[in-house]
Design a binder for this molecule. Structure first.
Ligand SMILES: [Zn+2]
Length: 320
């Protein structure tokens, strides 16, 4: 299949020092893709910075300017010590959101079948006017807003399998029925950010279009796949998405230092294979996946390589 990979050296320039979310993560991914010879089978794309009009589909203008001013003035962090800054953080964050926008447009217009965005900073914790959990602009939420508000999509599924709850994305869409936000994550009583209880199901128009599946610490492949097959996939099929966005965090891996879930690399692969089949059934395979967390370099790079193998596999040749 025509699988795009969006990445850029600007993503390495968001310099966070010895913070867990650092440039070494993307360097490990890039090395792994080169070693496995995957790059030659992927279509490499460069992002562009998102515009103010695009960022403000989710964030306020004042917040956008606050990120810019804080980064350029040399401040150490934004809103919380979790969100470290360097002078190029704003530029990197604009390009991360811009990469998501460019990728959904390329897939929507048929130039690509699917895509992976290897960006940083990540996005799913970013709220309308607040940086949280290593995130500044909510890349995936902005892409969903572009799909529904600019490209005319009526049903977009966001599936967030990062080990942390995607609070920012949920809050952006919890009153809407055209975007189904589903998150599987370590139970909020045991992990940051402390939201994502099963009872959080959306509000008013959006009631029933937020789906949270909290998992007990030490859950593994079988527990995740059972929830996927019994809870998530039936809801996804009923929603019948026209486009699928993945908040692809790999920090539920058993080797990850920040959480207590025990997925294997193969478990992540099985999860994605189910979602790709859903995409082929519902929406001609239209799917864009964006890097969120994942803090063990070896586990992260192995999971991303496997993820790209699965995205790129051709179902007509029986490859998945
Ligand atoms: Zn995470």
């Amino acid at each position: 299949m025509k699988t795009g990979i969006y990445t850029d050296p600007i993503f390495l320039k968001h310099n966070t020092g010895n913070h867990p979310e650092n440039a070494g993560r993307l360097e490990a991914i890039n090395r792994r893709l080169a070693e496995e010879g995957l790059e030659s089978r992927l279509l490499r794309r460069k992002p562009r910075p998102a515009t103010q009009e695009e960022i403000t589909t989710i964030h306020t203008v004042d917040y956008m300017r606050h990120v810019e001013e804080a980064a350029l003035s040399g401040r150490q962090y934004l809103d919380t010590p979790d969100c470290a800054l360097s002078t190029q953080t704003f530029d990197a964050a604009l390009n991360a959101a811009g990469a998501l926008i460019a990728s959904v447009i390329d897939v929507a217009e048929g130039r690509l079948d699917n895509a992976f965005v290897a960006c940083r900073p990540p996005g799913h914790h970013a709220e309308q006017a607040k940086a949280m959990g290593f995130c500044y602009f909510n890349n995936v939420a902005i892409a969903a807003a572009i799909l529904t508000e600019k490209l005319g999509y009526e049903r977009v599924l966001i599936f967030d399998f990062d080990v942390h709850h995607g609070n920012g994305t949920q809050h952006a869409f919890e009153e809407r029925s055209d975007i189904l936000f589903a998150s599987i994550h370590q139970h909020p009583l045991t992990l940051y950010p402390g939201t994502g209880f099963a009872e959080e199901r959306g509000r008013s128009e959006g009631l029933g279009y937020t789906l949270n599946v909290p998992m007990a610490p030490h859950s593994g492949d079988d527990d995740y796949l059972a929830q996927l097959e019994n809870t998530l996939l039936p809801a996804f099929r009923e929603f019948n998405p026209q486009f699928i966005l993945l908040s692809a965090g790999f920090d539920a891996h058993r080797d990850d230092p920040l959480a207590m879930i025990n997925l294997s690399t193969a478990g992540f692969g099985a999860l994605l294979t189910h979602i790709k089949q859903l995409a082929l059934e519902c929406c001609d395979g239209r799917m864009v996946s964006a890097l969120e967390g994942g803090y063990d370099y070896a586990a992260l790079s192995a999971c991303v390589a496997s993820h790209l193998e699965i995205l790129q596999a051709d179902p007509q040749r029986g490859e998945i």
